[in-house]
Write a protein that binds this ligand. Structure first.
Ligand code: ADP
Length: 492
């Protein structure tokens, strides 16, 4: 029989990608197109929703052309996407009524402030904290800022979707109006206990239910992408971080992954019962491969690899990100220097918007090498803070941390992470774990992959980092780091 492939669309904030996988988790081809972000005001981040769709069409075409494959060669299509980004469009014309409001955008901060009294109920139903990141306040913003927005929404003229929903709607010429649990769980009005949109929350936010897409499991037949080909079946949809958790084969309770990109995103599979964090983590729905719903605890660090960009572009200490490793390994350690890169405040578990970065422990002997070493350490130490609360709340000790993202190419950082966590750090062969997750989910639905055991056999790792730091040294570093964080938060 002719070999088949899975086509994955990975629609991210900085770019859209189409990746073609074979049945051995190998990338046959990757096409990529950068996307423009618009910054209409300080703290606002928007994108043109039509550009998002157009970029997806471009990369799919590019991938097929370059590989000389046709849609007959494609077993199914999987979609993974930047989460929370909000698009509202006209049901009759299919055209957006406002730019896509990107997850990072803070333009709905005031709306969120006015909802703060509902924090407890939001947390217990959605697992989230009230924050402009999530879609609810972005929808509210759009309905309040276009002519007759609320009325048109109530009359059923407007539809809301996260990027997955928007793409499926366009790819099916308006026939598919669906989303999946992982994306729905980021809206701030999806009840993760009942797996339904929550009427009480919708009432509080004044969002009409008729705007909302039907919700399905991530591995599911969503419909055909008829705008591309009558027979192209969409068989997976998942938010990027949850897709990465699945791509990393974190199928069992307690299994965790951390993505080291601009920021760090840490997710732990917590099994079939949600845990509602008391320490600043959020609870979300993970991808599952069978009928059972699986939950995850999530914590994000705002400045991860971004502090290496800062060393390069602002401090001008290095010429490229990989150079950070060369300098960091020229010294034994940071010689007591601690960098807290709270450039935009601190994320989980502190959620401190107001504090700013700080450096501690500098002496006459401090060199650029120590400084770079300390900056890399800060990525691992911030991750440690998230993992510490995750372990406490889940009551599971993380023995192995699966990693991905651009900064995992830094061996020094990965070794330091293993040392400071006193856990194994595991680097997969295929670093495109987000797309890989969507590939696995689609393939499980179509039968391209027989079952989860087949996926476990296919999935390979290329490197592991084992801890080799004395407990006494680890203890001192952790104590000093704690003090550095405390001091940073005092200085406001
Ligand atoms: P994103 O998906 O957020 O755009 P990527 O996964 O592409 O991020 O990773 C890019 C980030 O990784 C940048 O912030 C960059 O500074 C960092 N990075 C890339 N290579 C290295 C390296 N060798 N050492 C440390 N950081 C690195």
């Amino acid at each position: 029989m002719k070999e088949k492939y899975i086509l994955v669309v990975d629609q991210g904030t900085t770019s859209s990608r189409a990746i073609i996988f074979n049945n051995k988790e190998e990338i046959v081809y990757k096409a990529q197109q950068e996307l423009e972000c618009l910054f209409p005001h300080d703290g606002w981040v928007e994108q043109n929703a039509i550009d998002i769709y157009a970029s997806v069409l471009n990369v799919i075409n590019d991938a097929l052309l370059k590989t000389n494959l046709t849609y007959d060669d494609i077993d199914s299509l999987g979609i993974t996407n930047q989460r929370e980004t909000t698009i509202v469009w006209d049901k009759h014309t299919g055209m957006p009524v406002y730019n896509a409001i990107v997850w990072q955008s803070r333009q709905s901060a005031e709306i969120c402030d006015s909802w703060k009294i509902h924090q407890e109920i939001v947390k217990s139903k959605t697992g989230l904290i009230i924050n402009p990141y999530f879609s609810a306040s972005k929808i509210r913003f759009i309905l309040d800022n276009i002519p007759n927005g609320q009325k048109r929404a109530e009359n059923g003229e407007l539809l809301f979707g996260t990027v997955d929903t928007w793409l499926m709607y366009k790819l099916s010429r308006g026939n598919i109006f669906k989303t999946d649990y992982t994306n729905a769980s980021r809206t701030m009005f999806f009840n993760i206990n009942t797996l339904e949109y929550d009427d009480e929350l919708l009432k509080i936010f004044n969002i009409p239910k008729c705007m909302l897409a039907e919700v399905y499991p991530s591995s599911n037949f969503f419909g055909n992408a008829t705008a591309l080909n009558e027979n192209l079946k969409i068989r997976a949809v998942a938010g990027d971080q949850q897709a990465a958790l699945f791509g990393q084969n974190c199928f069992e309770k307690g299994e965790s992954k951390n993505t080291y990109g601009t920021g760090c995103f840490m997710l732990m599979n917590i099994g079939e019962k949600p845990i509602f964090s008391k320490s600043g983590l959020i609870t979300t729905i993970a991808c599952s491969y069978n009928e059972k719903v699986v939950y995850a605890l999530e914590g994000s660090v705002f400045i991860g690899g971004a502090c290496i960009q800062w060393l390069r572009d602002q401090m001008r200490m290095i010429k490229s990100a990989p150079e950070s490793e060369k300098y960091a390994t020229k010294v034994k350690n940071s010689d007591g220097v601690y960098v807290v890169p709270a450039f935009v405040g601190l994320g989980a578990p502190y959620w401190d918007d107001e504090c700013r970065g700080a450096i501690f422990g500098i002496t006459r002997g401090t060199t650029k090498e120590h400084f770079i070493n300390a900056t890399l350490n800060s990525i691992a130490l911030q991750t440690l803070d998230v993992i510490d609360v995750m372990q406490k709340e889940s009551k599971v000790k993380i023995e192995t941390l699966k990693v991905d993202g651009g900064a995992t190419t830094n061996n020094y950082l990965m070794q330091y992470q293993a040392n400071i966590l006193n856990a194994k750090v595991l680097l997969p062969n295929c670093l495109e774990t987000t797309a890989l997750g969507a590939c696995f989910l689609a393939g499980l639905n179509s039968g391209f992959f027989k079952d989860i055991d087949e996926i476990k056999t296919i999935h390979q790792y290329k490197r592991e980092f084992l801890p080799n730091m004395d407990e006494s040294e680890r203890k001192i570093i952790k104590e000093k780091w704690k003090k550095a964080i405390q001091a940073t938060r005092v200085f406001k």
